[in-house]
Design a protein around this ligand. Structure first.
Ligand code: DC
Length: 236
């Protein structure tokens, strides 16, 4: 356990499907911090655009999206039964739908649009302004919170990432092939790293965590050691 920690902003960035959300959630739970999943926001906007036929194939009608984006309501809502935080789009629970392959296949096209990013970054900064927050994404340590107290950049072997995602989706009844998932992961890495607006890159002061061969428990040990070393704390 870590105790006596000052209020911090913890930024977790990295490649797709490296378990950023699970890691960030575990950290938030341990520290009693708020966890914010910035990817869920890009996913919700993507779902909205798909439903409204603003995305057709690879084409995005940016003019219509620009008109609509201020009217889209996205919010994180705690589920009273499970206690989990879920994404709502215009008051509808879309938590499962935004994780499916249809949204995953289009989310990089939406998240490279400048006005979408500016809108969501503003929202993310507002959510994190009172500190004691763990936020994960692609540009948290570089753009959203360049002064974050702790920055972590996560990566893992693409095939291992695809296998993890495959298991997760199949458990939910989504029978997508391993090959499709691996292709989607590599494509998202490429688009995320090569887009003009806030490309995915490691902040100079971020620490790299390659979790290809690490269990969630080992990742938490790594984190506890990092924090206790940095803030000269005793672990109990
Ligand atoms: O973390 P995730 O896989 O749920 O994110 C979905 C997509 O959203 C990802 O392909 C890139 C984009 N994204 C982004 O561009 N910036 C963020 N801060 C978070 C996500």
């Amino acid at each position: 356990m870590i105790s006596n920690l000052p209020a911090l902003v913890i930024a977790i960035d990295g490649h797709s499907s490296t378990g950023k959300s699970s890691f960030a959630k575990a950290i938030a739970k341990e520290l009693g911090y708020t966890y914010i999943d910035s990817g869920a926001m890009y996913r919700a906007i993507t779902l909205f655009a798909l439903r409204e036929k603003i995305i057709i194939g690879e084409h995005v009608d940016e003019e219509r999206l620009a008109e609509a984006i201020d009217l889209v309501m996205i919010s994180f809502v705690r589920n009273n039964e499970s206690g989990k935080i879920e994404m709502h789009l215009n008051l509808e629970n879309v938590e499962d739908e935004i994780r499916g392959i249809k949204v995953s296949e289009k989310v990089s096209v939406i998240s490279k649009i400048g006005f979408v990013r500016r809108k969501l970054v503003e929202y993310q900064r507002k959510m994190g302004e009172n500190s004691s927050v763990v936020m994960d994404g692609r540009d948290i340590g570089t753009v959203v919170f360049p002064n974050a107290d702790i920055k972590i950049f996560m990566t893992a072997d693409p095939l291992i990432r695809a296998e993890r995602r495959f298991k997760e989706l199949h458990e939910k009844g989504d029978n997508v092939s391993l090959q499709t998932i691996e292709h989607n992961i590599l494509e998202r890495d490429f688009i995320d790293q090569n887009r003009e607006e806030s490309p995915l890159c490691k902040a100079d002061d971020a620490l790299v965590l390659d979790n290809s061969y690490m269990t969630p428990e080992e990742q938490m040990v790594w984190f506890r050691n990092l924090v206790s070393g940095k803030y000269k704390l005793e672990l109990s």
